[in-house]
Design a protein. Structure first.
Length: 234
């Protein structure tokens, strides 16, 4: 082996391990590490992902009395209620009636056929079809419910793959006191492209989710009040 080749081999024997060592140090230091694509897991209340309905209503004209299940007509045929029911109830005392101007039982319940609800003409609505009753006053909401924009729909998005089921109004709302009580909100979205979703630091600044992206794209600080997605102008 000639002296020049031997010298080259000695240099490679020193330089190659040194280069590999430097590369290993750089990779281990993670100088160019980017944020994780998946944010850290957040604690979500169990009710947020609970697939069961909020309420388990009784969709039959039945009432529990002293451990016995009786039809509404079993009692009301024997003890007819007065025409106006603005007096305190002697039965059904667990009911809290807070439903706008609906202050009488007969606004919703049939006055003589107590196993039925009542429509605008005094006709019968089956007890297991409360949406037909709610539609009397809440027409736009009923329309949205039919099309899946209000309430909850279970089953398949593609109806060719399986059936859909629209949860009835009383499976979310108490018919006697329909407004939802206050509840803590679920955690908000957390996406990398929108950045931190907190309030702006300066009181006069306008919160702009694309502020960082805009600054990097233009190379200058965006002016407060600039429209997201547009270049800031001095």
């Amino acid at each position: 082996m000639d002296p020049q080749t031997a010298a080259s081999d000695r240099i490679r024997a020193v330089v190659v391990p040194a280069v590999l060592a430097v590369v290993a140090v750089v990779l281990g230091a993670e100088f160019w590490r980017v944020p994780e694509a998946v944010p850290a897991a957040q604690s979500v209340p169990a009710w947020v992902i609970d697939p069961t309905p909020i309420r388990r209503p009784v969709l039959k004209p039945e009432y529990e009395v002293a451990g016995f299940s009786m039809r509404c007509s079993d009692c009301h045929d024997l003890f007819p209620s007065p025409v106006e029911t603005d007096r305190p109830l002697t039965q059904h005392t667990e009911i809290v009636l807070k439903h706008g101007i609906n202050t009488r039982c007969f606004n919703c319940h049939h006055p003589t056929r107590r196993d039925f609800l009542v429509d605008d003409r005094g006709g019968e609505i089956p007890f297991d079809q409360p949406p037909l009753l709610c539609a009397r006053c809440h027409g736009p909401t009923y329309r949205d419910w039919l099309h899946g924009a209000h309430g909850r729909t279970d089953g398949f998005w593609n109806k060719r793959m399986g059936p859909q089921e629209h949860r009835k109004c009383v499976e979310c709302h108490d018919p006697h006191e329909p407004p939802f009580p206050p509840m803590p909100p679920a955690p908000g979205p957390h996406t990398l492209r929108m950045g931190e979703q907190g309030a702006p630091h300066e009181p006069e600044a306008v919160h702009n989710p694309l502020r960082i992206y805009q600054q990097e794209r233009t190379g200058r600080e965006p002016v407060a009040g600039a429209v997201a997605g547009e270049d800031a102008h001095e």
